[in-house]
Design a protein around this ligand. Structure first.
Ligand code: SDX
Length: 422
């Protein structure tokens, strides 16, 4: 395999080194390109551009593989709890039993936020989208914990990481309670990390709260399946914001805004809205398949396609089984599941989707599960964020540990050459 590429430009022979990742992917190192040739590269959306070297997650889009720190997503989803995967992503290893207990206890001790944060919450209208509230509350955390968030080395970051892992689920649960006019819950530190998330979201003060074990188990898997996904839009946002040496909490707040977009984490909400639209329109699935294929129609099949996967998203296969398990325990089966399964089947048999290698992604089934848990559609991206938080933290820490330069892409100028006022 070549260790460099060579090309001629302006009568000069240019050598650019090629280096390989541990799984064999190769990259042209263009760090000296502009110095040696005056050229820059052009790659809108960075479809062909590696922004960093990372040891956190590996994706093989052709094979439909996803691994975190060397473990397959199937292995982690089957055998681990979300708190263990959080530890793996951020600190590099699955925790021993004593490490897990210590980690969870540190989080429990920090599971309280300043009561004044409720003032920010109260200032929003009940109709505000939970993601805009959560991004504001997360950025607001800086004001109440000024001594946390600045990077001074992984060991010193532990208390900031613990605080964020403790506070974020509280703030996320508040966005849900606010939207339904319900009283806010405090953390219940007698429960597991995920059991506490369910408790804070669903416990009603006037009734005994009994967690639904099937739903808590499903929520564990859902959060694991959303935990990290290498350099996706929101993780790249967290990295580039952090590269300016912005603190951890505002960098995560920026990631929340990126995740909110319906081409990214907002897709799980858009999938349900699309399925409801199909059913309301008479359940004519082929009509919507044709709309998605029509270049003149802006409609896209939400939950389908992926920048990296040119095969099944391994998460969507696991989520389909979880959806069947969670929905199967419900008395009245949600008609939306049948529509989703038929829509998937038709798209997978359609030449347009086959030729473009468009498969269901992580968002296609996740919304169905949240809906079965009586989580409002507007909260689906908040659930995605609850899962993605450890990935964002791990990516931010790695970027600072590697002392990466401030992110500042180049451009090709196509505006006016020169104009004068007089
Ligand atoms: C997530 O990056 C990550 O890892 C993200 C994520 C994570 O865990 O962080 O996996 C989470 O964001 C999953 C994606 C959720 N988004 C959606 O489900 C929205 C619908 N999907 C599309 O918008 C699209 O597939 C993207 C945004 C996901 C990917 O877009 P790309 O890589 O820029 O692909 P493209 O737009 O260049 O599409 C290539 C072709 C085009 O057709 P042609 O111009 O070749 O004729 O495929 C078509 C597109 O029009 N196409 C679709 C389609 N997705 C792509 N056509 C109809 N419906 C779709 N969903």
């Amino acid at each position: 395999m070549q260790d460099k590429i060579q090309f001629e430009y302006n009568g000069k022979v240019v050598d650019l080194p090629i280096f390989k990742g541990v799984k064999g992917e190769q990259a042209i190192d263009i760090r000296q390109l502009r110095n040696t040739t005056g050229l820059v590269t052009y790659d809108p959306g960075y479809k062909n551009t590696g922004s960093c070297q990372s040891a956190i997650t590996y994706l093989d889009g052709e094979a439909g593989l996803l691994m975190h720190r060397g473990y397959s997503i199937e292995d982690l989803c089957e055998n681990c709890s979300f708190i263990e995967v959080i530890h793996l992503l951020i600190f590099g290893n699955l925790p021993t039993t004593s490490e897990k207990d210590e980690f969870l206890n540190e989080i429990r001790e920090k599971s309280l936020v300043d009561e004044d944060l409720k003032g920010i919450l109260k200032s929003f209208p009940k109709t505000a989208h939970p993601m805009c509230i959560l991004a504001s509350l997360t950025a607001g955390l800086v004001a109440f914990t000024p001594h946390l968030g600045s990077y001074t080395g992984i060991d010193q970051m532990r208390s900031s990481i613990i605080k964020l892992l403790a506070a974020f689920p509280i703030l996320a649960s508040w966005t849900h309670r606010k939207s339904r006019g319900l009283p806010l819950n405090y953390a219940n530190t007698s429960l597991s990390y995920v059991g506490n998330i369910a408790y804070m979201m669903f416990r009603q003060p006037h009734m005994e709260y009994y967690p639904n074990p099937i739903e808590v188990k499903a929520l564990n898997k859902l959060l694991i399946l959303h935990a990290d996904h290498e350099q996706n839009c929101s993780s790249s946002t967290v990295r580039i914001v952090g590269s300016s040496h912005a603190d951890l909490f505002p960098s995560i707040a920026a990631g929340l805004s990126a995740l909110w977009g319906k081409l990214h984490g907002g897709a799980n909400q858009a999938v349900i809205e699309m399925l409801i639209q199909i059913i309301k329109d008479g359940n004519n699935i082929q009509k919507f398949i044709d709309k998605a294929k029509d270049k003149k129609d802006p409609f896209r099949l939400m939950g389908f396609g992926h920048r990296v996967y040119r095969n099944f998203d391994p998460r969507s296969k696991l989520l389909k089984n979880i959806a069947k398990e969670v929905l199967g325990q419900k008395k009245n089966v949600d008609p939306i599941l049948e529509t989703a399964i038929e829509l998937e089947q038709r798209a997978l048999e359609d030449e347009y989707f086959i030729s473009r290698k468009l498969y269901p992604n992580v968002d296609f089934y996740s919304g169905l599960i949240y809906r079965a848990m009586d989580i409002p559609t507007k909260m689906f991206t908040v659930m995605f964020a609850l899962g993605r938080l450890p990935g964002w933290i791990a990516q931010w820490i790695e970027m600072r540990q590697n002392n990466e330069p401030i992110g500042r892409p180049r451009q090709i100028y196509v505006g006016h050459k020169s104009r004068r006022l007089k």
